[in-house]
Structure formats: structure tokens, C-alpha cells
Design a protein around this ligand. Sequence first.
Ligand SMILES: *[C@@H]1O[C@H](CO)[C@@H](O)[C@H](O)[C@H]1NC(C)=O
Ligand SMILES: *[C@@H]1O[C@H](CO)[C@@H](O)[C@H](O)[C@H]1NC(C)=O
Ligand SMILES: *[C@@H]1O[C@H](CO)[C@@H](O)[C@H](O)[C@H]1NC(C)=O
Ligand SMILES: *[C@@H]1O[C@H](CO)[C@@H](O)[C@H](O)[C@H]1NC(C)=O
Ligand SMILES: *[C@@H]1O[C@H](CO)[C@@H](O)[C@H](O)[C@H]1NC(C)=O
Ligand SMILES: *[C@@H]1O[C@H](CO)[C@@H](O)[C@H](O)[C@H]1NC(C)=O
Ligand SMILES: *[C@@H]1O[C@H](CO)[C@@H](O)[C@H](O)[C@H]1NC(C)=O
Ligand SMILES: *[C@@H]1O[C@H](CO)[C@@H](O)[C@H](O)[C@H]1NC(C)=O
Ligand SMILES: *[C@@H]1O[C@H](CO)[C@@H](O)[C@H](O)[C@H]1NC(C)=O
Ligand SMILES: *[C@@H]1O[C@H](CO)[C@@H](O)[C@H](O)[C@H]1NC(C)=O
Length: 455
Amino acid sequence: MAPGPVFLLTLLSFLLLFHPSLTSSLSPPTTSTTISPTKSPSAPTPTPTPTPTPTRPSRSPSPSSTLDPKQLRALQSLNIPTTTDPCSSPPPSSASASATACDGATPFRHLLSLRLANCSDDLQISTTALRSLSTLTSLELLDCPSVAAVRFPPDLAGHLRSFTCINSLHKLTGVWLSRLQNLTDLTVSAVTVNASGPAIVLGAMKKLKSVTISHANLTGSLPKHWHLNLTHIDLSNNKLVGKIPTSLTRLENLQVLNLSSNQLIGEVPTSIGDLLSLQNLSLSSNSLSGPIPTSMAAVPTLIHLDLGSNQLNGTIPKFIADLKDLRYLNLEKNNFNGIMPFNASFIKRLAVFKIGENSNLCYNHSTISSKLKLGIAPCDKHGLPLSPPPAKDSSSGDDSSGRESNDDDYSMGDESGKSKAHSHGPSKVVLGVAIGLSSVVFLIIFLVLISKCCR
Ligand SMILES: *[C@@H]1O[C@H](CO)[C@@H](O)[C@H](O)[C@H]1NC(C)=O
Ligand SMILES: *[C@@H]1O[C@H](CO)[C@@H](O)[C@H](O)[C@H]1NC(C)=O
Ligand SMILES: *[C@@H]1O[C@H](CO)[C@@H](O)[C@H](O)[C@H]1NC(C)=O
Ligand SMILES: *[C@@H]1O[C@H](CO)[C@@H](O)[C@H](O)[C@H]1NC(C)=O
Ligand SMILES: *[C@@H]1O[C@H](CO)[C@@H](O)[C@H](O)[C@H]1NC(C)=O
Ligand SMILES: *[C@@H]1O[C@H](CO)[C@@H](O)[C@H](O)[C@H]1NC(C)=O
Ligand SMILES: *[C@@H]1O[C@H](CO)[C@@H](O)[C@H](O)[C@H]1NC(C)=O
Ligand SMILES: *[C@@H]1O[C@H](CO)[C@@H](O)[C@H](O)[C@H]1NC(C)=O
Ligand SMILES: *[C@@H]1O[C@H](CO)[C@@H](O)[C@H](O)[C@H]1NC(C)=O
Ligand SMILES: *[C@@H]1O[C@H](CO)[C@@H](O)[C@H](O)[C@H]1NC(C)=O
């Protein structure tokens, strides 16, 4: 038998096997270059926020100088071990209660900072003890839910600069908190706060810089008047109603505003762009409507923008893609429409990107791969969502972690023209025919070879 036909058949099978459209569909997506945005070197490593370590003043000149005996007794009444001098021995980190700072006065030193954590159920804080502890400027209560809130003596209330109460004191009232008038830092979380509104609590605190009252079932509406030095406002997870007052946008030092998970209505104030120091903004899980204000383009420092789970509408403004520091963007579960203005390199840069469940929003499938599983439909040529959206896109809508969990599907290779042919679907048929043909070819070659050598 002449070698001609064998050679031709082999050539044919090679051509079929290595045709470019076939190889592209033969290689599974996992083998293409995957980019994991959360782990990419350009992604920011979260800088640990410097914990405000209480200043530990230099030791007093006299070595015999220890804690004021009255304060020592007060600590004992709070079950705090005093066998070693609370001022001179650094507290073990596991200690449930500790004096974290003392002053350097002679003959007796005084407590400046106290932390009570995981208190026993029978612990009671007496007014006498608190009166002795009125030198405190910082008081922290963590996980002491069964300790009852007693009225703080006026001296202590006036001295405190920082008060933290997390899952402690069972229940507080706005009036109780409002007596702490010299606070610069207030943190209350996982405690019921019974007040007619935040204004009762905050109105008298003229020096306040940072306030957190979250998971507190706080009712009422947002205050009309704010102290201009505020840098941090977190009133998330409460029952606040009404609109976001325009006066809030006059806080030019504000860096963090978190009003998520309340029952706020109305529009985002058009003057929100006046908050020139704003880094983290969350208004998620409210009932806000209307557009994203264009003034927000003036806030170049935004790192974290969460407007998810509202009824915001209109088109998504392009300027969001130009926010250089942005790392977290959540616009999911709203009523946005039109073409999503973000390209793949912008999305890749973010640590978190969520845009799903906006039924009138679509993406340009010639610039964005469907493999990103954004949870919105691709656009038709008029810029309207193709309906019904592809099944795999709608299924990923329930995936609240968005594309974080789909890193492997994010493939740069699919942004080239190949993805078009890919999405039009005939490649499976071609693949089947090709495999069939090449098996026939190989069978023939095999038979020819067998017949040759067995001759
Ligand atoms: C309280 O104790 C629990 C369990 O022992 C521990 O997980 C928690 O961190 C403690 N809380 C504080 C504030 O130390
Ligand atoms: C707040 O502190 C100032 C001094 O720093 C003091 O004069 C004033 O009485 C304090 N306020 C209250 C309500 O105790
Ligand atoms: C808030 O209220 C809900 C019920 O309305 C309750 O389950 C929850 O424990 C309350 N939380 C706080 C911190 O009071
Ligand atoms: C809050 O305080 C008001 C007035 O003091 C009282 O009538 C109301 O029952 C309190 N609400 C709760 C949930 O304790
Ligand atoms: C606000 O901050 C500035 C500068 O930090 C300070 O001078 C001013 O006294 C503060 N105002 C109030 C009301 O605390
Ligand atoms: C807002 O608060 C919620 C919980 O109260 C938290 O999960 C979220 O990270 C906060 N957002 C910002 C921007 O601080
Ligand atoms: C601000 O947002 C960034 C990015 O999501 C986060 O890492 C950071 O902890 C937030 N800062 C505050 C104070 O909430
Ligand atoms: C947005 O919704 C409001 C009603 O909440 C409506 O008046 C307005 O026309 C809508 N805008 C767009 C662009 O759909
Ligand atoms: C993607 O969008 C950003 C921001 O709008 C822009 O700077 C960049 O040039 C765009 N990249 C591509 C490849 O179009
Ligand atoms: C999608 O992007 C391509 C390339 O940038 C552009 O030519 C086309 O007009 C866009 N489609 C729509 C509907 O905007």
C-alpha cells in the first residue's frame, strides 16, 4: 500500500485537532490565566487601624507610690485582683478586668483607664465604687450583659472622655448616656438604647469626635444639628426613620458615615459631595430612592461605598470608575438602569464588587465577559437588558458574596474577540463532529498500519 493516503489522513486529523476555534473550546476555563482580584498585589493590604493605646505616664519618682487605697478597694469590689500593683504590672491580655493606665501622682497614683470584660453574673457596680473611680477618663465594658447600669456620679461623668459599652449593662437610656457630656468617643453596641432619637444622646456632647451606636434598636430620626468636629458616625443596625438631613453634609471632617440597616427614606442629599474627607460611606439596607448624586464625584477619597439594598434608580454615574482609592463597591439590589459603566480592569482592582439584582441594568458583553457572573443581564444593541437573562447569571444573583467566590472564573483571555464566538454556542457541535471525524481517521490509520505489519 502506498504511503500517500496514510500521510494525507494524518495531516487531516492534525488540522482538525489543532484548529484554533477547537482548541479554544477544548481548553477548560480553569486552565486559562486566572486573576484573583482579592489576592492581587495591587489590592490593598488592610492597614491595621492604630489602636489608641492609653498613654502610660512615666512611673512616679517614688517607688513606694501605689494606687490610691480608695481606688484599690473599689477595684476589689469589682472582683479585680489587686495582689500586684494594678498600676505597675501590665495586665495580662487575658484578664477579664484590668486597669490599663494610671497617672503618676504622689503619694498615690490614680486610675485613668479601666476595662471590665466577661463579668461574672453576680457582679454589681456600686455607686460608692464609681465615686472612688471618678479619675477615670476611659471606661470599657465588654460582654457584661447582666451588670445593671447605675447612675454615674457627676465627677465620673464629667471626667470620662471615652466610653465603650458592648453587650453590657443590659439596657441604656438616652438620658443616661447624655450625662457623659465631655466624651470625645462613644461606642455603644449590642445594647438596647431607649431614646426618642439620637439627638437626645448626642445633643449635649459638644466635644464628640467619634460616635457608634449600633445594634441598639435606637428609634427616632437623625438629628438636624451635628457637632462639626465629628469624624466618625456609625448608627447602623437600628430603627431610625425619616430622611437623611442635609445638615449632615456640613461635617467637613467626617471620614466614616454608616447608616446601614435602618428605615431611612427619601433621596441621598445632593450635597453629599461636600463631605470632602469621607472615606467610608454605607447607606445600605434602607429604603432610599432617587439617583446617586453627581456631587459625589467631588469626594476623591472614597474607599468604601455601600449603597446596596435600597430603591435607588437612574443610571450609574461614570465618575465612580474614576475614584482612585475605591476598594469596596456595593450597588446591588437597587433599581438602577442602563449600561453598567465599569470595565474589567476597574472591577479587577476592587476587593469587593457587587452589582446584582438590578433588573433594568445590563453590561456590554463586548467589553465584559459573562464569566464575571455579575448577576445582571448582558445588553442588547439598544443598551437594554437581553431578556431572559442567561440562566447562569440569574443563578449567581443569589450568591451574596458576589464575584469574590468566583475568582477562578475571572479570565482575561475571554475579553478578546474569542469570547464572542464562544458565547454564540456552535462550538459544541463543531467539537462533536471533529472528535467523531478524528476517531474515524485514527481508526483508518490504525487499520492500515495493522494490515501493513501483519502482511
Ligand atoms: C469573653 O469570653 C469568651 C469565651 O471565653 C471569649 O470568646 C470572648 O472573647 C471574651 N470577651 C472579651 C471581651 O474578652
Ligand atoms: C467637662 O470638663 C470640663 C473641664 O475639662 C469641666 O469643667 C466640666 O465641668 C466638665 N463637664 C461636666 C458635665 O462635668
Ligand atoms: C432589638 O429588637 C429585636 C426585636 O424587635 C430583638 O430581637 C433584639 O434582641 C433587640 N436588640 C437589642 C440589642 O436590643
Ligand atoms: C422607653 O422609655 C419610655 C419612657 O421612659 C417607656 O415608656 C418605654 O416603655 C421604654 N421602652 C422600652 C422598650 O423599654
Ligand atoms: C474642633 O477641633 C478643633 C481642632 O481640632 C479644635 O480647635 C476645636 O476646639 C474643636 N471644637 C470643639 C467644639 O470641640
Ligand atoms: C457599617 O456597619 C455594619 C454593621 O453594623 C458593618 O457590617 C459595615 O462594615 C459597616 N460599614 C462601614 C462602611 O463602616
Ligand atoms: C473602611 O473601608 C475599608 C475597605 O472596605 C475597610 O478596610 C476599613 O476597615 C474601613 N474603615 C472603617 C473605619 O470602617
Ligand atoms: C426614580 O424613581 C422616582 C420615584 O421614586 C421617579 O420619580 C423617577 O422618575 C425615577 N427616575 C428614573 C431615572 O427612573
Ligand atoms: C477602564 O476604566 C478606567 C476608569 O474609567 C479607565 O481609566 C481605563 O482606561 C479603562 N480601561 C480600559 C481597558 O478601557
Ligand atoms: C459596547 O462596547 C463596544 C466596544 O467598546 C461599543 O462599540 C458598543 O457600542 C458598546 N455597546 C453598547 C450597547 O453600548
